[in-house]
Design a binder for this molecule. Structure first.
Ligand code: CO
Length: 207
């Protein structure tokens, strides 16, 4: 068991695109074990390998709530096959301690990946549930993208980042998401967003 130090926003490691793991070697298995140890020790619901300093295309999630049975899922060399619909997602990230903001996400995702035994599997997550949002958040880490690059309110996010002593949003990395934004605005006409202070951070989880 080895809990690793989490790489914080501002480090180049988080901006470095990760490489595929050729096979599930002993080294990769050890890395995945360390990722689980580190994620659980920090009460996270997702963690990507670059967040512990290893630029491999690997991430893990466990979106089970406190009283539920653990549900760990490992994704090695994942590919998002399909994504559609739009939602507003309230997220945090272990590499951004104390930062919780709204980001734009797809509502539904289909992903294919290899598990720890090297078998291919496909997973579909719908309705903007925690798994659907976690998959997108963690997948982004493998491409050097972080959640603030999807911020719905850039100025508010910069303010929160400053409060937490973290670097400001880098405009070079901001995602262009005009279409998602339009879809989200339509969605919000029927489902107004919950005020931030009413959202239980624990239930939402930190990715
Ligand atoms: Co994250």
């Amino acid at each position: 068991m080895a809990i690793q130090k989490i790489v914080l926003y501002g480090s180049e490691t988080l901006r470095t695109p990760s490489k595929e793991a050729h096979k599930v070697s002993a080294k990769i298995k050890k890395l995945v074990e360390d990722m689980y140890d580190t994620m659980y020790a920090n009460n996270g619901v997702g963690l990507a390998a670059p967040q512990i300093g290893a630029n491999y295309r690997i991430f893990i999630i466990d979106t089970a709530l406190e009283k539920q049975k653990p549900n760990p899922i490992t994704f090695i060399n994942p590919k998002i096959i399909k994504k559609w619909g739009a939602i507003n997602s309230y997220e945090g990230c272990l590499s951004f301690p104390g930062v919780y903001i709204y980001v734009r996400r797809y509502e539904n995702v289909i992903i294919r990946a290899m598990d720890i035994k090297g078998r291919t599997f496909t997973l579909e997550a719908n309705d903007g549930n925690l798994i659907a949002r976690a998959l997108q958040h963690e997948y982004d880490h493998l491409d050097g993208t972080v959640f603030v690059d999807h911020a719905r309110n850039r100025f508010e996010t910069d303010q929160i980042l400053a409060e937490k002593g973290l670097p400001q949003i880098n405009p070079d990395y901001l995602m262009e998401e005009q279409e998602l934004e339009i879809q989200i605005q339509e969605y919000e006409k029927i489902n107004p967003p919950e005020p931030v202070q009413e959202i239980e951070q624990k239930e939402q989880g930190t990715l």
